[in-house]
Design a protein around this ligand. Structure first.
Ligand code: HEC
Ligand code: HEC
Length: 356
């Protein structure tokens, strides 16, 4: 046996000894009986899995809320982040009054009143814990005469008071302020635009500070970041360049997208006026406006016509004769005459060869 292994072996003996010393202060058999209160939700022992509550093997020394794959309440996770580890003291506090030790815990359990029951329970749980502090610190103060409170059962749903609103009667109504915070989409007709204004020149300053690092000085795109300008007239090409200017049908989408999502990673730092200004600058980069004094505002927003707008139209296939003619769509042998191949898929070879 190497020296290192011997040290570990000795440490294990020591741990086992101190473990059994701790167990002497609570009665493991009695503790097993107390654990019946927990069994519906918690498993211990070999192969114990998470149930309604997390498995409780190696509980002593465990950081609160730390079992992988178990969905704890925010409150329990926060408790662990604050530095709570499960030991004799913290467990005694939690198990006597779960909801006051971890405010907001989702463990629906009223608590154990009798200190002796807690000591016995922890002695029992200690037999499934290899490490950590199982030393009782509170058994001297135990009140042996108090009786165990009955376990609080969750109220059955049918007796619960249901909220009266909505279809499913869930949750609560969102407040006006909550709705306003989310409801800032801008529609193609300009509905939803905030009051504000900004010029091309002001927009250039915003753009240089917040956008050019990714989208390039002139919207050409730095590295592989998206291109924001150019591409007009390329939509019929084999490799169309789709940009705001060449492809997007509505300016409202630019405004909406920028105020919601850009600058990437720092969204919503821009004021409404700055978004108007940088939108004006993007129009300028795309030659949709040519005057650098041009000011975009909620008032003249709808006067801007995007070059590709006409190529977007509502799906009108339902009005076409072949869709309209028969009530039932044809599913079998629909084409009269022989089938011809008119086109073949093309190999584009856009993925570089691994070998070179
Ligand atoms: C009705 C189900 C239920 C019962 C009964 C119950 N628990 Fe829990 N227990 C939970 C749930 C759910 C959680 C997770 C709590 C959270 O995330 O806020 C939990 C968490 C715990 C934790 C924290 C574990 C960790 O990983 O941080 C301990 C310790 C614990 N319970 C012990 C017990 C003991 C001991 C009993 C019996 C006296 C008991 N519980 C009874 C459901 C239950
Ligand atoms: C850190 C890099 C970065 C910065 C800075 C940045 N963007 Fe972007 N931008 C992106 C990425 C990435 C996308 C594509 C996101 C996607 O498709 O999910 C994008 C997409 C866009 C698009 C849509 C382009 C298209 O054709 O789909 C617009 C418009 C845009 N950004 C405007 C701006 C403006 C205006 C600013 C400055 C206020 C800005 N961006 C700052 C990275 C950036």
């Amino acid at each position: 046996m190497s020296k290192f292994l011997k040290t570990i072996a000795l440490a294990l003996v020591a741990a086992t000894l101190s473990g059994s010393a701790a167990l002497a202060n609570g009665d493991v058999d009695q503790g097993e009986k107390v654990f019946k209160k927990c069994k519906a939700c918690h498993a211990v022992g070999e192969g114990a899995k998470n149930k309604i509550g997390p498995q409780l093997n190696d509980l002593f020394g465990r950081v609160a809320g730390s079992i992988d794959g178990f969905k704890y309440s925010k409150a329990m996770i926060a408790k662990g982040e604050e530095g709570t580890q499960w030991d004799q003291e913290s467990l005694a506090a939690f198990l006597s009054k779960p909801k006051s030790f971890v405010k907001g815990t989702k463990m629906s359990f009223a608590g154990i009143k009798k200190q002796k029951d807690i000591d016995n329970l922890l002695a029992y749980l200690g037999t499934f814990s290899a490490t950590g502090d199982t030393e009782p610190t509170t058994s001297e103060t135990s009140d042996q005469t108090a009786t165990t409170e009955p376990v609080e059962k969750a109220a059955p749903l049918k007796n619960a008071e249901l909220p009266t609103h909505g279809t499913y009667h869930l949750g609560r109504m969102a407040s006006e302020a909550e709705i306003a915070a989310w409801n800032h989409d801008v529609r193609p007709d300009g509905e939803g635009l905030p009051d504000g204004r900004g010029t091309v020149l002001q927009g250039e300053e915003v753009y240089v500070e917040y956008c050019a690092s990714c989208h390039g000085d002139f919207g050409e795109g730095a590295g592989r970041w998206p291109v924001l300008a150019g591409g007009q007239g390329s939509l019929q090409n084999e490799r169309p360049v789709k940009t705001i200017g060449s492809y997007w049908p509505y300016l409202s989408t630019v405004y909406d997208y920028v105020q919601r999502a850009m600058p990437f990673g720092q969204a919503t730092v821009l004021s409404d006026d700055e978004v108007y200004a940088v939108t004006a600058y993007l129009l300028y980069l795309n030659d949709i406006v040519t005057d650098e004094e041009f000011e975009l505002s909620n008032e003249n927003f709808n006067s801007i016509e995007m070059p590709n707008a006409a190529n977007f139209y509502a799906d009108d296939r339902a009005n076409e004769p072949q869709y309209n003619a028969s009530a039932e769509p044809c599913m079998v042998d629909c084409k009269a005459g022989p089938v011809e191949i008119t086109k073949r898929a093309q190999v584009l070879d856009v993925t570089p060869d691994q070998s070179n």
